[in-house]
Design a protein around this ligand. Structure first.
Ligand SMILES: NC(=O)c1ccc[n+]([C@@H]2O[C@H](COP(=O)([O-])OP(=O)(O)OC[C@H]3O[C@@H](n4cnc5c(N)ncnc54)[C@H](OP(=O)(O)O)[C@@H]3O)[C@@H](O)[C@H]2O)c1
Length: 324
């Protein structure tokens, strides 16, 4: 099979398209013919040698999500039929023609969605769902602040939060992205190109999804209402912070971190099951209340370097998807 591999770690030139043996499915596993795979910030970190694949996943083939067709059934795999259209998260290895996964960690592609659209769902929507509902305990009527609202995760979070009955507030350094976010349901937009957001909120927020990190931590605590929840998902501005923790006590705040990639199969399966039951049907609802994957750009797998450059230059609104 053809696959993207890391030929060393560093700049874009280390990514190569190579011929490799296809992986073989084991017990209760299925082999999927990948048709499209989402690109993630994690792929950039991995390329730079700063985010190795967790144990059990291909070390040199990047890729955290895929959409494709079931092509081979491993021993005891009875959940899917050959040709079924599926999508899902992996710890690595999705940027290849074939990927092997456990039958219970893959999801049916919602009716009417293309492989390209489906490949934009798993990482963004599962992360956002888990962060909003499980970690952030978002309630209908809550106000939720979503940083980098034009990102893959941000565009998923806006739609999910809205569907859950919350009021959405988003930040971006790019006014055009804020305008696009309004078109998918963002209620309040804050342009942070000149810095600062807490003082510009119309009211405190109950939940924050943060991907910016240490430099905005103090402002995040300032922005939260009493008993607010801050869910940490990334460190685009860096992980370190120096601040007064006093608001945490006074307002009885919660800070919780979350990451998808290192979750074990036993943790992935219930999340996937919950998503299939509660969220996946929303992709088939009418546009007025439904949710949609946001594909900002597509690149052929052979243009992997251009795809990385687009992400590093923050060009995309929504997801970048690689297609065979
Ligand atoms: N914990 C998890 O399980 C998990 C899962 C998926 C993603 N993530 C994290 O979520 C974040 C977003 O990922 P993604 O794949 O959705 O990203 P993405 O689509 O590439 O979008 C990221 C956006 O963040 C903004 N940004 C970049 N650098 C910034 C900076 N220094 N300061 C302020 N804004 C900045 C840019 O938007 P503007 O042009 O609007 O500024 C950029 O378009 C990443 O940190 C990623 O690691 C975490």
């Amino acid at each position: 099979m053809q696959a993207i591999i890391h030929d060393g770690y560093g700049d874009i030139g280390v990514l190569k398209l190579r011929d490799l043996p296809a992986p073989e499915p084991g017990v209760e596993q299925v082999r999927i013919r990948v048709r499209a795979a989402g690109l993630n910030r994690a792929d950039i970190l991995q390329r730079r040698g700063k985010y190795p694949a967790p144990p059990g996943w291909p070390a040199d083939i990047p890729g955290l999500e895929y959409a494709g067709e079931v092509e081979t059934l491993g021993t005891g795999a009875r959940r899917w039929r050959l040709g079924d259209r599926v999508m899902g998260l992996v710890g690595g290895g999705a940027q290849a023609e074939y990927v092997v996964v456990h039958q219970d960690e893959t999801l049916a592609i919602p009716t009417g969605l293309s492989f390209t659209q489906a490949a934009a769902i798993p990482e963004a929507f599962l992360t956002a769902w888990d962060a909003l509902v499980t970690r952030g305990k978002l309630q209908s009527g809550d106000r939720v602040l979503i940083h980098a609202v034009g990102s893959g995760v941000g565009t998923a979070a806006v739609q999910l939060a809205r569907r859950l009955g919350a009021m959405t507030i988003g930040t971006s350094r790019n006014q055009a992205k804020l305008d696009q976010a309004k078109a998918i349901g963002l209620d309040e937009a804050i342009d942070t190109s000149a810095g600062g957001f807490a003082a510009r909120l119309s009211a405190p927020v109950n939940v924050i999804l943060d991907v910016l990190g240490g430099p905005v931590l103090a402002e995040n605590l300032e922005a939260l209402a009493p008993r607010g929840r801050l869910v940490m998902l990334g460190f685009l501005q860096g992980p370190k912070a120096e601040l007064s923790m006093e608001p945490m006590l006074r307002k009885r705040l919660e800070i919780v971190g979350s990451v998808m990639r290192t979750r074990l199969l036993a943790e992935r399966i219930p999340l996937v099951g919950e998503f299939a039951a509660r969220v996946a049907p929303w992709f088939s609802d009418p546009p007025s209340r439904g949710i949609r994957p946001v594909v900002g750009a597509t690149f052929p797998f052979g243009s992997i370097g251009e795809a990385h450059a687009a992400m590093e230059e923050d060009r995309n609104f929504g997801k970048i998807v690689l297609v065979w």
